[in-house]
Design a protein around this ligand. Sequence first.
Ligand SMILES: [Zn+2]
Ligand SMILES: [Zn+2]
Length: 452
Amino acid sequence: MQPTAVARYHPRDMNKALVLTLLLATSAFTFAQTATSKEVDAVYPAAHELYLDIHQSPELSSHETQTASKLAERLRGLGYEVTEHVGGTGIVAILKNGNGPTVMLRTELDALPVEEKTGLPYASKVHATDDAGHDVPVAHACGHDLHMAAILGTATIMAQSKNSWHGTLMLIGQPAEETVVGARAMMADGLYTRFPKPDYALALHVTNELPAGIIGIVPGILTTAADSLRVTIYGKGGHGAAPHTAIDPIVIAARTIVTLQTIVSREVKPGEMAVVTVGYIRAGTKNNIIPNEAEFGLTVRTYNPQVRKQVLAAIDRIVKAEAMAGGVTREPLIEHYESTDSVYNDPALAERLRPALEAALGKQNVETTAPITFSEDFGYFVGAGTASLFMRLGGADPAKLAEAQKTGVTLPSNHSSYFAPDVEPSLRGAIEAEVAVLRDLLNGKPSGLTQR
Ligand SMILES: [Zn+2]
Ligand SMILES: [Zn+2]
């Protein structure tokens, strides 16, 4: 399957008379596809070059200094007004083009502490020191390099076709998505006060679950809210042979963990999505010593904000009550150390933009897909007055994906050492989709009706 083959076709030597004839003879729908593809052809080499460069020089969350400056420099060269160091290493690039709405398009900047094992000639060999002082391999295993390359291609087309839209285009490079702190840091640094507050916020993310170049739309809730919690139970240490002189935090922790499993099964309404997972438990040093403390860590995933509140309150209640039942003299410590809201796609906006995407990519290349259980901090950009659409972008080689579906052996997911999107069709699809939705929202003429 070649999902974007139709959308990409264009005769390079098409002269103006022929363009005019075609324009008159065919529907705007057909013309829009061809013209956008031609525009993508023109910007593709520079976008691909940036992809290869950034792929081979990945940087960890909150340390994306070189990455940010590479993107900033290119956007500045296109005529965007670029501000660096927003919320740490974040960048904001503004292109004003008369009256009209403000539309924000976001890319992430960060890579992951993952060793790339794709075997690709441009595989990352980078190592860096993480925040804990450890030497770690670094790779763009989530595909944020592809998002940056796409935004460069999109930025170029938009800057060169200012007669196809009007309003304010706001491109942002967000740091630290993987640690879910970057979006909040940019907001706290005045993203919507120092710069225009967008009417619309857009983003996309590459996935191996869809064929390369396909756009997946999820109307409504897209990702889960995620909460990371650390619980410390304070007991009273002693000799393993004299439990009556101690308060055993291991037994209390074990009981607590079992009771926590009843939140989803007994308290949350059936059909509502909620996950409560205890991912680790740590206590003790030796078989005949009762330790002073026990610690365990949880991840909580929910879609519905009310359910999220309910689950977190239940965890708090159960942890405290089980500790009290165990006779502790000090209340347990419950730390919420990482959290992010779910990402919500405005269903009306998704439906409004679907025709523009279908016109640009071909109807068969735009799918409605199910929500995903991953989490994302893009939700912090969305709120009163800012509607959003976060698209899924297919990144899988169609033949490999078809084989995976046949054998049941799934392709490497984002964050895997082996994650490697099929670059050209994914990158082209991303640029086509971004330009299509931007032109639609920026009250432009149909995609492609530019001066080219
Ligand atoms: Zn990721
Ligand atoms: Zn990601």
